[in-house]
Design a protein around this ligand. Structure first.
Ligand code: SF4
Length: 637
């Protein structure tokens, strides 16, 4: 590995701009050993190590079947279409490779034809998009909807034309020849290297709807990139959920199938209508506010419990005629199956004895979801993991807290694993400054937001815009956005004013803008060069204690005599802060100032856990040090 990724290896010869990095070679060697020994490896690689190549090289040279899972579909596309071809070409290794996404990422031609007849899509803008999708679906070889750049991801048309489990069951196997999902699945089964994303990976691991259930069993090696995201994604797939949307869909589909397959069974029509009403009534019983709360908070309210009981009974009543009529057609059989699945979720939801799951709900303007999230993902994940006899590589830029992987291991129940931690090769001491402003009030004190804004104004001025301001709450973001739009002399971009990728592109091309964002901007944003020269973080990113899942986990840990703050809240916040700090220096020549306004970093005992987990930067407390830092940069350039 050291030679391949070294100064005289094939990458140095053929890849323009390639720099040999000891850290990358160390990580690649550790991954190679892990694969050879069928081991488990947890590896943290600081920004700039080049971890993608560090796992692609051993993955391509080991001659085994490898599944690589990335955090998002965007990263999945980038890995498959950009990085993987470079490594294959450079190494001269050409094993079969395949990209596999969840069903909803593929167009279904049968659904396109059905959508063409749907009166709800006759509105000119939607029907133009539909026509475009139909044309493309006749020409594409993959059916992957990311190829269609002209129809926005948010278009409602996609929901009508992409593959959907419920619709697929209403299908004869002979038609599968033209099915893009089926083709993608086959390509994946025949391939040596398969690139998936965490959602599909977890669905497959938990054998959930939407999964294929047949990709993982044959793997010799599984590489999980962006592994810090895995515990949260796994919690979704090892949990259960029922939403008002699913209930409305079931009611509407049952009515449609009644008309075509069993027009004499009028109970289906009447009971579907009753289900729609019961779903609406249950939403009303939860109050008009949009909220996210523990089920225990509302379950004893008589209006809520009687509306839920009524919803359950209505679902059971609909099941009876669906069960009888399901032999008449695949559409009704599909409705019967879904109705039964929804009844099972509701039954589990109302069974509060199951302490392994957190019961919580969320309400939207006109809808709701009822959720069962595992108290702890470690048990189901480690069970699933132990059934797959293969090598496992978990890697990310943010896995270690204060040099330890214990938090990550505890979350996923990983017991025996090799470890490697390689620091960023960037010169943080020289190129970065950590500004911890003096005399800040405590975050809970009045005047804190105003103090953050004063610091931000100074830093933005010194760095001539070119700044990200990352907030821990929407409230603080909105407050700052209003003030900065009024007073800032540089262009101000605010999360939500356009899609994330467009906003980041605009920021980069303006060259002197200030971008304000919350959680989704703390990671996955890569702005290289001088367009981003300072990052300001308003508070240490402790998750909101009002969140029902977090609160239940804290209570669960306390009940077991575990210090929830030290073992759970603090490590989670440290990893989030590391992600935020990681936005600043993205390349070897980047320079910039990292500002963390929260005084707890210096006044609390736990502050050192944060500081010890960050790249080694020179810390300063006075604003003139920031001004000086930028002046030095100007002189140097
Ligand atoms: S299986 Fe049939 S219904 Fe499902 S995506 Fe493929 S073509 Fe469409």
């Amino acid at each position: 590995m050291a030679f391949v990724l070294g100064d005289h290896g094939p990458f140095a010869d053929s890849k323009p701009g390639f720099r040999a990095r000891t850290e990358q070679q160390q990580l690649a060697t550790a991954i190679d050993t892990c694969i050879a020994e069928s081991n488990i490896l947890i590896g943290e690689a600081g920004t700039g190590v080049g971890k993608t190549f560090a796992y692609l090289v051993p993955a391509l040279t080991c001659g085994k079947r490898v599944i690589i899972s990335t955090g998002t579909r965007h990263l999945q596309d980038q890995l498959f279409h950009t990085d993987l071809p470079v490594v294959r070409r450079t190494l001269g290794r050409h094993p079969r490779v395949a990209l596999l996404k969840g069903r909803a990422n593929y167009v279904c031609k049968r659904r396109v034809e059905r959508a063409m007849r749907n009166p709800a899509l006759r509105e000119p803008a939607l029907s133009a998009q539909l026509a475009q999708i139909r044309n493309w679906s006749d020409q594409t070889s993959t059916g992957d909807i990311s190829e269609v750049l002209d129809v926005p991801e948010s278009s409602p048309v996609w929901g009508h034309v992409t593959s959907n489990d419920d619709f697929c069951s209403d299908h004869s196997p002979e038609d599968l020849g033209g099915c893009f999902v089926n083709k993608a699945r086959k390509r994946a089964m025949d391939a040596t290297i398969v690139v998936v994303n965490h959602h599909l990976f977890c669905a497959d691991l938990a054998l959930k709807e939407g999964s294929f259930g047949e990709i993982l069993p044959d793997a010799d090696v599984v590489v999980i990139d962006e592994a810090h995201q895995l515990p949260d994604t796994a919690a979704v797939f090892f949990g259960r959920r029922l939403s008002s949307r699913q209930l409305f869909d079931l009611a509407r589909d049952s009515q449609a199938e009644f008309l075509t397959e069993a027009p004499d069974v009028t109970e289906i029509r009447d009971r579907s209508a009753a289900l729609e009403k019961a779903t609406r009534d249950f939403r009303l019983s939860l109050g008009i506010d949009q909220r996210r709360d523990a089920w225990a908070v509302v379950e004893s309210k008589s209006a809520v419990s009687s509306a839920l009981t009524h919803l359950q009974e209505t679902l059971e009543l609909l099941f009876e005629p669906l069960d009888i009529a399901s032999v008449r057609g695949k559409g009704l059989e599909s409705c019967r199956r879904r109705c039964l699945a929804h009844m099972e979720v509701l039954e589990s939801y109302t069974d509060q004895r199951d302490e392994d799951y957190i019961h919580w709900f969320e309400t939207y303007r006109t809808g709701f979801s009822l959720n069962l999230t595992p108290q702890n993902v470690a048990k189901p994940f480690s069970n699933a993991l132990s059934q797959l006899k293969c090598s496992w590589v978990f890697t990310s830029a943010t896995l270690a807290v204060n040099g330890s992987f214990e938090h990550f291991q505890n979350q996923l129940g990983i017991e025996d694993a090799s470890e490697i931690q390689v620091d960023s090769p960037f010169d943080y001491k020289k190129n970065a400054l950590l500004y911890l402003p003096a005399n800040m009030p405590q975050p809970q004190q009045p005047g804190y937001d105003a103090a953050v804004l004063r610091v931000a104004a100074e830093v933005v001025d010194a760095s001539e815009g070119r700044c990200f301001i990352l907030f821990t709450s929407h409230r603080a973001l909105e407050l700052a956005a209003a003030e900065m739009r009024r007073s800032c002399r540089f262009p101000v971009l605010v999360q939500g004013q356009m899609p994330k990728r467009e906003l980041v592109d605009a920021f980069q091309s303006m060259g002197n803008a200030v971008l304000l964002g919350t959680s989704s901007f703390w990671e996955g944003v890569d702005v290289r060069g001088s367009a981003l020269s300072s990052v300001i973080i308003d508070k240490l990113p402790f998750a909101s204690p009002g969140d029902p899942v977090l609160q239940a986990r804290i209570n669960g840990l306390k009940k077991n005599g575990i210090n929830a703050f030290a073992e759970y809240q603090l490590p989670k916040a440290v990893l989030t802060l590391k992600q935020g700090v990681g936005r600043l220096i993205r390349d070897v020549n980047d320079r910039g100032v990292m500002v963390i306004c929260d005084p707890r970093l210096q006044t609390k005992d736990y502050g050192s856990t944060f500081l010890n987990s960050l790249p080694g930067m020179r810390a300063v407390q006075k604003p003139h040090s920031v001004v000086q830092f930028f002046r030095q940069g100007d002189t140097a350039s």
